[in-house]
Design a protein. Structure first.
Length: 735
């Protein structure tokens, strides 16, 4: 599998590296032992070590930058074996001031066998690092005395006002006589006389007034040496009797040339003198390939300077490269493959397993659509097994249905069931059925089981996009906007791209899937209707319904929808409440659901109790009579992908008034078989009032609607789906 899809493997490998590194950074921040006031402990060790001694040695390093490869693995061992008494960082011991960098530095310094002191430099200050430095080590500017030697550390970052530091420094230097004075400034006082790559004026001590005042104090009180870092070089300059040393090669980025190289500075102090020596690090110098080696050390430094960040960046870049390669350089053909030959599977009976989250006896668009497809497929010689949840009133004998035990129910009418998709008997039944193809009808739960089994038994899987999932946010225990605006679309995209093909009922649904990123084959195929069933209605049954629901011979409006929020029934009722017409009418609202009681209360509140009747759930075989009882079909739902009930109403010769949405736009032809409006009560009422008052227009649009619906027969529908199956299977078999 790895060798079949190496790019995918490499992508996930890099993603794993990123996750591990983020986890490691979390570990550094939250799980390592805390440390505070570390300078106090280090100074106590220095005092104990130098007690009674007038001579000592220490090392000065600059730009450690959290280096593992250079500082921790190469410089630290040399410092431990060089006979030094302590070490001082001249600045930039961390690569930046984040918590994980400070903790990583603390771990590196723990490998030193000698005490250490850190100068507060520019990198220690970055990313709000000043308070971390203060907490973990100590003040930003300070001094200490060892014997007759004074060590002074100033803040060169601008965090501390320079005027205050000058006043403080004057008091310290004026009130004591020291044999030697060493001053540490994170930023150099003088600009380098060498050609340093990447340096800028901000790398040096500022402002100019601070620099001048500091130089006056240095000259006045005879400071022996001023150490600084912040640029990647070693340089020594002299001003008066004071030596100014810049050291920047303890692990950070260097160019590996004569002025920029890895090193540290050794300082040997006696009562009479201060001897300073440069200790360069020999890291693979090669005289013949000096130019090429300089480039190599540039890369080498990048690896070891903040190596965690480098690996993190490298992994992100590799993942990006893989993504771009897959999107740009790999050949893609978005047109259908016209070389596919589906005929071997079109002319062969297929075994199809249907997976759905709801089915009869629950009445809804999806169960009706599945039932019609099943009957059409069986009539043409195919074998179908439907996998669906259990219901209380389900038929006792269902040889072609495998019921999955329901774990829990949702909704007042228990219309939604959560099946136990982990049931072994269901998986065993599907394997024994040996399907040629699996057809799923929901992007979650039972639908996911269908995709899983399709992969296990290695057969194609087709998904029918029935429902605009974002309109069902009120059923999901998540913030509504989060589900509507992101989760629902991401879920459908991810699920659809796992399938070999997606069937959509309209072109607008296809456009939606492409917009959210579905890449697999999409087939536009509207759901079929039993057209002939709506042409032949039992007159006695029809007359019985008329006596029950329309005894006073009003204009009858009919709507078919589950009584739930996503069907937008409140909009329709509020629009009817503002209807101004002399025509008496009655709305028969067919369907049931958890909102029934609330809607009944709203009907009474709006004063529509005489006009609106909640009929309840009606068996599919009785729907033709209700449609033929009506004069106009009204609809307000925006959650449909096709609006199958609209086609049924048209088959019965009813003109339609509906709110425009993805499932409506492709079915209703404005002014031909109905009207579609924006979601405005006034705009929706206008064509409804026109149809109610103009019998001739109702008849014309109704005849057009019946003619339009005639092309949506079940036989035509099932035959087209069989061709889609054959096409997907041909694509799967193609080398």
């Amino acid at each position: 599998m790895i060798f079949r899809r190496p790019l995918r493997f490499l992508f996930y490998l890099n993603a794993l590296v990123v996750v591990l590194l983020v986890g490691y950074k979390t570990y550094l921040n939250f799980y390592l032992p805390d440390f505070q006031g570390e300078h106090t402990r280090q100074l106590n060790q220095i005092t104990e070590q130098l007690e009674g001694r007038e001579s000592f040695s220490f090392a000065v390093v600059g730009n450690i930058n959290n280096s593992i490869g250079i500082f921790e693995r190469m410089i630290v061992p040399q410092l431990n074996h060089a006979g030094l008494d302590f070490m001082i960082s001249a600045g930039n011991a961390v690569s930046d001031g984040t918590e994980d960098k400070y903790r990583a530095l603390y771990g590196s310094l723990g490998r030193l066998g000698i005490p250490y002191i850190l100068t507060f430099g520019q990198h220690e200050y970055e990313n709000f690092g000043s308070y971390r430095y203060y907490e973990h080590f100590g003040p930003h500017f300070f001094s200490f005395r060892e014997g007759s030697n004074r060590f002074v550390f100033i803040d060169s970052t601008g965090k501390t006002p320079w005027e205050w530091q000058i006043r403080w420094l004057e008091d310290i230097l004026a009130n004591e006589a020291s044999q030697h004075t060493f001053l540490f400034s994170g930023k150099p006082l003088f600009q380098s006389s060498q050609d340093i790559l990447f340096d800028s004026p901000d790398d040096y001590l500022g402002p100019l007034e601070f620099r001048r005042a500091l130089l006056q104090l240095i000259e006045k009180h005879r400071v022996d040496v001023v150490f600084s870092a912040n640029i990647a070089t070693f340089e020594e300059q002299t001003f008066g009797d004071t030596r100014f040393i810049t050291t920047g090669g303890a692990g950070g980025l260097v160019l590996n040339n004569d002025v920029s190289f890895y090193h540290y500075v050794r300082v040997d102090v006696t009562p009479e003198s201060v001897d300073i020596s440069l200790e360069p690090m020999q890291v693979g110098q090669h005289p013949v390939l000096k130019i090429l080696e300089s480039f190599w050390f540039f890369i080498y430094s990048l690896v070891y300077v903040g190596y965690l960040n480098f690996i993190l960046l490298l992994s992100a870049l590799l993942a990006l490269a893989i993504f771009l390669y897959a999107r740009v350089f790999r050949a893609r053909d978005y047109y259908p493959d016209y070389d596919l030959d589906p005929s071997p599977w079109e002319n062969t009976p297929l075994r199809v397993a249907m997976f759905t989250n709801n089915y009869f006896p629950f009445i809804g668009g999806v169960p009706i659509s599945i039932d019609r497809l099943n009957r059409g497929l069986r009539d043409s010689g195919n074998t179908v097994l439907t996998i669906a949840p259990t219901y209380q009133d389900q038929p006792e004998q269902e040889p072609d249905v495998e019921r999955i035990p329901s774990m829990l129910t949702m909704g007042q009418k228990q219309e939604f069931r959560m099946a136990n998709i982990f049931c072994r008997s269901t998986r065993r039944r599907v394997r024994e059925f040996r399907p040629d193809l699996i057809h799923v009808h929901h992007p979650i739960w039972v639908g996911s089981l269908g995709v899983y089994l399709a992969r296990r038994i290695k057969v194609p899987v087709i998904y029918t996009y029935h429902t605009r999932l974002e309109h069902y946010a009120h059923f999901v225990p998540l913030p509504g906007r989060l589900f509507r605006n992101f989760i629902s679309h991401a879920l459908i995209k991810r699920f659809a791209n796992k399938c070999d093909g997606v069937i959509v009922p309209t072109y607008s649904a296809e456009d939606y899937l492409r917009v959210i990123g579905v890449k697999c084959s999409i087939f536009v195929q509207p759901t079929g209707i039993e057209f002939e069933a709506f042409q032949c209605v039992d007159n006695e049954h029809l007359e019985s319904l008329r006596q029950q629901y329309n005894p006073d011979n009003r204009i009858v409006l009919i709507s078919v929808a589950r009584l739930s929020n996503e069907k937008n029934i409140d909009f329709m009722l509020e629009a009817l409440a503002g209807l101004q017409t002399d025509e008496n009418y009655r709305l028969l609202l067919i369907g049931d659901g958890h909102e029934r009681e609330r809607l009944q209360t709203k009907i009474e509140t709006l004063g529509l109790a005489e006009q609106v009747c909640l009929v309840g759930s009606v068996p599919p075989e009785n729907m033709a009579a209700f449609y033929n009882l009506a004069d106009i079909f009204v609809f307000a739902s925006k959650s449909e992908t096709q609006g199958m009930v609209i086609l049924e109403a048209m088959a019965a010769g009813l003109p339609v008034v509906a709110v425009r949405s993805s499932g409506i736009d492709d079915v209703i032809r404005e002014g031909y078989n109905g009207f579609k409006t924006i979601e405005s009560r006034e705009r929706w009422r206008e064509p409804l009032q026109t149809l109610m008052t103009d019998e001739s227009l109702r008849q014309t649009l109704g005849d057009n609607a019946r003619q339009f619906a005639e092309s949506y027969s079940i036989e035509h529908f099932a035959g087209n789906v069989k061709t889609i199956y054959a096409t997907v299977m041909a694509a799967r078999k193609k080398p």
